[in-house]
Design a protein around this ligand. Structure first.
Ligand SMILES: [Zn+2]
Ligand SMILES: [Zn+2]
Length: 234
């Protein structure tokens, strides 16, 4: 009885709020079967353990050695190619939170491997002003969904953003570094001491944002600092 009521409600809602594929726009589901098969997963056996770059083997790449990554591990789920690129756009700019949650859930098996390895998830923050404009922090939505799978708690208001920055993707490499420098701070005292922390963001391009966040977190004397990005730009 209950299930038939739910089924009815679900189909009625589907008529009222039809769902479109976040990859190609086809009417039906959040991700259609065709798009699902096209998604590029990062395989840790064939990518750099610090930046997710595809290598054909799983050792640290030359660029990571050169740029002196300041965190112990990187976790990357997808490459930033179509249809995922479009889906991330739908999530962030069309404000489809469900798309963000689905992108985490589609990698549930891989993400569940994080269970027990960290004490806290720290979403890369946005400023209060930006939060009001957008209505949500995309990294927070992702962290909450990762937490649902792994049971690692999210610490939402410890790593904070203290000034607005330009969107990194609008800038070149040197500008990105300057843009993000000094943008983060830690609120409160001692909550990260001796903790294994995982900083969560949606997209990894040069890695400057996550490295700047890692620098600020590392000052708190945690046991370890690692980073997570849902997608890794090619
Ligand atoms: Zn599709
Ligand atoms: Zn690398």
């Amino acid at each position: 009885m209950i299930s038939s009521v739910l089924e009815f409600l679900n189909s009625a809602l589907g008529l009222l709020f039809p769902e479109f594929c976040a990859g190609c726009g086809e009417k039906g589901r959040t991700f259609c079967d065709t798009c699902k098969t096209k998604i590029d997963f990062v395989d840790p056996n064939y990518s750099c353990p610090l930046c997710g770059r595809f290598l054909g083997h799983g050792v640290v790449c030359g660029e990571c050695i050169e740029s002196k990554r300041n965190y112990s591990n990187g976790f990357f789920i997808y490459y930033y190619t179509e249809p995922l690129r479009n889906a991330i756009h739908e999530f962030k700019f069309e404000k489809r939170k469900k798309v963000g949650r689905m992108m985490v859930r589609m990698a549930e098996k891989r993400i569940s491997e994080l269970r027990g390895r960290f004490d806290y998830l720290l979403p890369v923050p946005i400023t209060e002003k930006r939060l009001k404009e957008r209505g949500f922090n995309q990294a927070y939505i992702l962290a909450m969904e990762i937490s649902r799978i792994t049971k690692i708690p999210v610490l939402p208001n410890v790593l904070i953003k203290i000034r607005d920055t330009k969107d990194q993707y609008t800038l070149d490499k040197d500008e990105r570094k300057r843009n993000i420098k000094g943008a983060f701070a830690i609120k409160g005292k001692n909550s990260l001491v001796k903790k294994r922390t995982l900083i969560v963001d949606d997209l990894f391009t040069t890695g400057y944002t996550l490295m700047e966040a890692a620098r600020v977190v590392a000052n708190q004397k945690p046991e370890s600092v690692s980073v997570f990005a849902l997608a890794r730009a090619l």
